[in-house]
Design a protein around this ligand. Sequence first.
Ligand code: BG6
Length: 487
Amino acid sequence: MQTDSSFTFVLFGGTGDLSMRKILPALYEAHRAGGMLADSGKIVAVARHIEDRGEYLQWVNEHVKPHVSKNGLDETAWASFLARIEFAKIDLGNPDDFVLLRDAIKDLPGIRVFYLATGPSLFVPICHALASVGLNANSRIVLEKPLGYDLKSSNAINDAVGEIFAEEQIYRIDHYLGKEPVQNLLALRFGNVLFEPMWRREWVESIQITIAEELGVEARGDFYDNTGALRDMVQNHLLQLLSIVAMEPPHSMDSDSVRDEKLRVLRALKPIDPRDIGKVAVRGQYHSGVIRGTAVPAYATEAGVKPDSATETFVALKVEIENWRWAGVPFFLRTGKRLADRVAEIVVNFRAVPHSALGASALRAGANRLVIRLQPNETIRLYCLAKQPGEGMNLASVHLDLAFDQFFREGQMEAYQRLLLDVINGRLALFVRRDEQEAAWRWVEPILDEWKTSTKPPKPYASGTWGPAAASAMLAQHGTCWLEEEN
Ligand code: BG6
């Protein structure tokens, strides 16, 4: 596929962690693949503490190169990738720097993309500075999460940015939407007749969505301690996954059809009564423990974290969707750091057969279950019941597996690569619209409020486990349990 969409990609936060680990490696991969980026496309990195292009390229060689080598570095492609990179030293407090930026990029061809890989407190000042030199026209702006801290602050940012850029120019990133398996979820649901008729309350008993991580807060203790898992993972990634799992079939895959359907789900989430939070939400915080044989420290002793911190590193929730399709079906969401395994998966538990002509063993063997594993290895596993060989009619649970890497060995794309190409090519479907974001904040708000004022600290859990026992107890009340199995 050869593209002729030329672009100037201006990267604010050019020396930040995200640029180093994700954005520049993704641009390099697109460049190396050939044909995905127009030859004339330029990257203009912006940073404050670097003097000139030479110094920036040195930084890129030292810090970014190690992150791209994992697929085997192609030195020729790397050299031509560096040739795409320009540099602008910008001090936000100095309006003249933006005049220089405008003059430097004004004659470059194609669409301008401003990627704000900075803290959210800089979003509005940067947008104002861009507008002051007329750079908001013929351009797109990419906003990283977290966008705000709660509904009010997110609205304030959206209002201010919305005065400068039209909604169609604003690309709010949720990198989960760029993941191949999340895309595949749409294909599974809407490209097959098999599942859709059963994807509803009559046949589904409950659904679980888990994003579990083995990593702790790493070098982001300070940021994380002011954020917590509810804002970092639930308000965005988990609710986005939920909306894709639960949405109605869209009329087409154009950006607004998909986003309209997701929005309907987010708006149909049963509001949480503050008095019920103890019953439907569990928060936890990791203590020391062992992960894959290595001792790891408690959250409260991590760099940047307050020793008496009440920030949650684990959340489990019971969510209900108030619509015809899902009434009465609990959705259990869970995410946490320092858990027993790194896994993201969706588990659809189907109802048992209405009458078991096959006797007690059929009931004991359970019901159908569909497990869609998003990462680390993308698979779909369908549990069915089968007769055990031999005398009598004894049933056992067996499974059909679909491992995607057996079918598609090439062409996998990292989430950031897909999303950056979408921005450059003007495809909005995989970006979060303002109304979706608002609906998600509105729904989590009562939990945020309750936890802010609660005198009960988060429940402790040992690193390397699946989180506090209360998360399992919540499911036990519904006669179910989290699926925690080796793949
Ligand atoms: C980010 C969160 O959005 O997602 C991180 O800020 C988290 O805390 C990360 O580790 C998880 O993403 P992935 O793609 O590794 O599952």
